[in-house]
Design a protein around this ligand. Sequence first.
Ligand SMILES: NC(=O)c1ccc[n+]([C@@H]2O[C@H](COP(=O)([O-])OP(=O)(O)OC[C@H]3O[C@@H](n4cnc5c(N)ncnc54)[C@H](O)[C@@H]3O)[C@@H](O)[C@H]2O)c1
Length: 481
Amino acid sequence: MNILYVGGGFVGACSAAVSADSGHRTLVYDIDSEKVRKLSTDDRDTIQSCLHEEGLAELLIRNRARLTFTAQLDDVTPFLEDVDAIFMCLPTPEKEGAEGEADLSYYKAAVADLGRFLARRNGGAQSRRLVVVNKSTVPIRMIDHTKELFAEQGIKNFGIVSNPEFLVEGKAIEDSIHPDRVVVGAAAEEDFAIMREVYRRFYDSTNVKYIEVNPYEAACGKLLANYLLFNRVVTTFDVVGRTCEYFPNVAYEAVRKILTADPRIGTWGLYDSLYAGGSCFIKDAASLAHQLEQSGTHAHLIRGILEANVFQRDHFFGRAETEANFSWADKTVGVIGLAFKQDTNDIRNSGAIAIIQQLIGAGAAAVKVYDPAAMGEAKKYFAPEKNELYARIQYLSDERSALAGTEAVIVCTDWPQFKTLGATIAETVRPPYLIMDGRRLLSSQFGDLARAGYDILSVGSPYQPGVRFATAPAAQAAAKI
Ligand SMILES: NC(=O)c1ccc[n+]([C@@H]2O[C@H](COP(=O)([O-])OP(=O)(O)OC[C@H]3O[C@@H](n4cnc5c(N)ncnc54)[C@H](O)[C@@H]3O)[C@@H](O)[C@H]2O)c1
């Protein structure tokens, strides 16, 4: 089949790679020419620096014969002549200040770009049926809107399908090759039939739940799934973690063991953290709340969860002053981890990014940062041209150099390599020194670090000041870490 992906970001690029790998002739159109250039190379590191997804580079390179990226509409128009499916993989962020209303301007701009050419296909006869597939996460009634937008452009003989994406960043290729479910929402049998051909590999698979529903159910299922996952992560820190913070001698890890022993509770998301970030959970929950409110009902619980998420980040940051009596003014601080979670270079809504802004706002003299994958994205985000104070951010090549010369460190991202940071801290900086662990990555080392004189402030634990007059010399305790 001939498949066009509009938008070559995390979703578009990963889905297109799998589409080409399934034997389809695949074209990706993205307005970001730099992204197109990077994703079109055969250099693994260049692809990885653009979209840090395990296995993406290999899949793109292996399927080059069937897969093209372009930023030129001129390359797209001939492809539209016999296109079977157009996957809309565009950003649908929250409109600024609109309490959750989705910003559909990217979507509309793409329809305007493609529309006039689509209306002229097959010599104007538009004889070949195509499906427009909403892969972006969109409002529940978006399909009606999509239909109008395409019809306004004079496009005929098309169906609209809702095919939400459930991939998890960091595992996007694995999830796209082995999805647990494929959800296809359509109104006409002929459109279901096209989608079965697109997804032949999954439709025929006994391991994949291939779910055919109506388009509203498909869009709704995606928003509700993200709401439930978001709820789980926020409940974990706002209720479970908070309980452990306020009751001494209640270790978070011990409580987690008790909770996860119950299969009804399960294990997913029961890791304490400073914030539930990323590009999806927050905006999708806000969008659902907005849609419910617009429909005449309330969204108290969703609004409460959104609030609790922001509270957690601010509360964690504020504990330095309120509990450890530590002022950020004029301090040099290390920030370890910038991505919103491990295995990605995505910094959208990352807790670390907000923390860096708070540090600068609180007068920190310098912020020394390190992340294994997200340095490039952070440098773009904190370009000094945007704000001269961003010149206070120093980008280091590893954890050790990000710690050197600092008076406090904040661990923000759960990259596995940071689990051994305790030893690097003990070798690099001397107490008095504040360790803020926003992920409980160092929890097994808290005791030794505190005995060696380091002050520990972690999500899910009461503040633990360092032992200043230890019976054993601090150096001896530090050697054990
Ligand atoms: N990232 C995820 O984990 C994930 C998972 C499931 C669903 N989604 C949803 O999928 C959608 C896309 O998310 P993403 O993370 O891939 O976003 P992204 O920002 O990584 O990618 C979107 C791409 O669209 C391009 N673009 C913008 N306007 C365009 C236009 N007019 N024409 C062509 N290209 C244009 C951008 O340059 C960008 O490369 C969103 O609705 C998101 O909510 C994302």
